[in-house]
Design a binder for this molecule. Structure first.
Ligand code: GTR
Length: 326
């Protein structure tokens, strides 16, 4: 009896030692994006995945789900929070309702231009915000920033000044801050998922939306009838790459460092791809007959001052630090 118990204990110990000696189990990271294959964010995150696979000899595998196949951004954020999606590239816009601290970057005209936004996200303020996301109860780890360029209005009728937006229903991303922004700009802001915009423009549920040229082109919204692109540049919202905290907590410290390093490289790669995409898609939109309306956007800046005052009250110091960045 004694002998058998010893034998069982010994074989259990041998089995345990065998398990410990096994390499860490292979795992697949599911990455998601609303944009289609080939879009700068998708391409940069795919190349991050290849680096992760190579550096871990295939122990970490990577699978990209582009084109909203896993849902709209709001749904994908929720899936990331519970660990059903491991890596998500999303606009910071719909992250605002989950991590209110990031709304400082979501405010209209908070950045002077793209160069200013890049200087801020590349510096200590950008790192602070990534850390705030990671430390928040939202169960997401902020890995890196991506470039979302600057957002301008596109509508069925030409718009040159705030008064031209009167009575026009304009789709905004799901965040009350953006609905307030559009209302202040003179239109009626309607929160709606990205995937619903095409049909909503086509059927007249909305009169237009706002976005950057690569999104306007790849989502085909101009083909639904929004052919006037007014250069308001009212929102310069960085995009973000996050990892589910559920996944992050299971990674070794070495793997976490590798994920951060490759994410940071993806940030730089996406930036190169982005600048080219903006130029290419702008040319393509023009070739498709989209009229780019250049105008003075100061009246829109002035009209949104109450939005900056209302939401900026929570971030007075941070806004000063942002505006001090050269
Ligand atoms: C794009 C952005 C997407 C998504 C989309 C939208 O510019 O890259 O992440 O937020 O806009 O308007 O919903």
């Amino acid at each position: 009896m004694m002998f058998r118990r010893n034998l069982i204990a010994r074989s259990a110990a041998v089995a345990l030692a065998g398990l410990l000696a096994l390499p860490a189990m292979a795992q697949t990271l599911k990455a998601a994006d609303v944009h289609p294959a080939g879009y700068p964010t998708v391409a940069a995150v795919e190349s991050m995945g290849k680096k992760l696979e190579a550096a871990t000899q295939g122990r970490i595998k990577f699978q990209m789900f582009p084109g909203s196949v896993l849902g709209g951004e709001k749904e994908m954020i929720e899936q990331t929070q519970v660990g059903a999606i491991q890596i998500l590239r999303t606009s910071l816009g719909p992250v605002g309702p989950v991590v209110p601290e990031v709304n400082v970057f979501n405010m209209p005209f908070v950045f002077r231009n793209i160069a200013h936004m890049r200087a801020v996200i590349d510096g200590p303020i950008g790192q602070d915000l990534l850390d705030k996301i990671s430390a928040s109860p939202a169960k997401m780890i902020g890995l890196a920033w991506m470039d979302g360029g600057s957002r301008s209005l596109y509508t069925k009728k030409p718009v040159r000044k705030p008064e031209d937006l009167k009575g026009q229903k304009i789709r905004m991303m799901g965040n009350p801050l953006f609905v307030d922004t559009m209302n202040a700009m003179g239109g009626n802001g309607i929160a709606m998922g990205y995937g619903e915009v095409f049909t909503a423009i086509q059927t007249g549920v909305i009169d237009g939306a706002e976005n950057n040229p690569p999104s306007l082109f790849t989502a085909n919204h101009f083909k639904a009838g929004a052919k006037y692109y007014t250069q308001t540049n009212h929102l310069i919202i960085p995009e973000i790459l996050v990892m589910s905290k559920v996944t992050w907590d299971k990674l070794s410290a070495a793997d976490q460092a590798l994920v951060k390093k490759t994410a940071r490289e993806a940030q730089l790669e996406q930036r190169q791809l982005w600048d080219k995409a903006v130029a290419d898609y702008t040319a393509k939109l023009k070739a498709e007959g989209v009229e780019f309306i250049e105008m003075d956007n100061k009246p829109f800046y002035d009209a949104t001052a109450p939005v900056r005052a209302k939401y900026g009250a929570n971030f007075a110091d941070l806004m000063k630090r942002i505006s001090d960045v050269k």
